[in-house]
Design a protein around this ligand. Structure first.
Ligand code: ZN
Length: 196
């Protein structure tokens, strides 16, 4: 599986491994191997090793604590004490290491425990700093991804311009076209609404 990294923050990308949360949630971390693949694609470690079911469960709990805390930060609300505690506890273990191998090449070492500690540490750095005020929800319909708006004007709206952004633009374009060209719309053959 190819995971998406568009949030401008590792912890927010991790929180998006449960997608479309409000409408039809899709769990992307269904198997231990999915977590291993995420860790590698996130470039946290070259060899995550064997991932247990217990580690997967722990990863999902951490992810949900990160998501809820990010939403609280975005809304300017208080975060749940239990979520803060879990993020703090997960961050206390050993972290992944990055060692230079040659010019343009590094070795990233750590198993899944180190990976989760590192994700929790990054989450702690985000929520403990002023950057937490830059957390935004994607404006895409039904998209529940969060991202950091680092644009100078504070005007970033989409998790990903190429997916959510272009989908929204295509919808707006169709609406404008339908409004501007009623005769063309009337000339179309009648169709049965798909949702009927
Ligand atoms: Zn989106």
């Amino acid at each position: 599986m190819d995971f998406t990294f568009v949030s401008d923050h590792l912890a927010l990308d991790f929180s998006a491994t449960l997608t479309w949360r409000a409408s039809y949630p899709i769990e992307l971390l269904t198997e231990p191997a999915d977590l291993a693949a995420w860790a590698t694609q996130a470039r946290l470690t070259d060899h995550p090793g064997r991932v247990t079911r217990t580690a997967l469960e722990r990863a999902r709990l951490l992810r949900e604590s990160i998501y809820r805390t990010a939403v609280a930060a975005e809304r300017g609300e208080d975060a749940a004490v239990a979520d803060i505690q879990l993020i703090r506890e997960c961050a206390s273990g050993p972290q992944v290491t990055v060692a230079l191998k040659a010019l343009g090449e590094v070795e990233r070492r750590g198993g899944i425990e180190e990976v989760l500690s590192t994700v929790a540490t990054r989450a702690g750095e985000l929520f403990g700093s002023d950057d937490r005020h830059l957390v935004r929800p994607c404006a895409g319909a039904e998209c529940t991804r969060l991202f950091l708006d680092r644009s100078r004007a504070g005007s970033r709206r989409w998790c990903d311009k190429l997916s959510c952004g272009s989908r929204a633009n295509a919808t707006a374009y169709r609406r404008r076209k339908a409004a501007a060209l009623p005769s063309e719309a009337e000339a179309l053959p009648p169709t049965v609404p798909r949702d009927a």
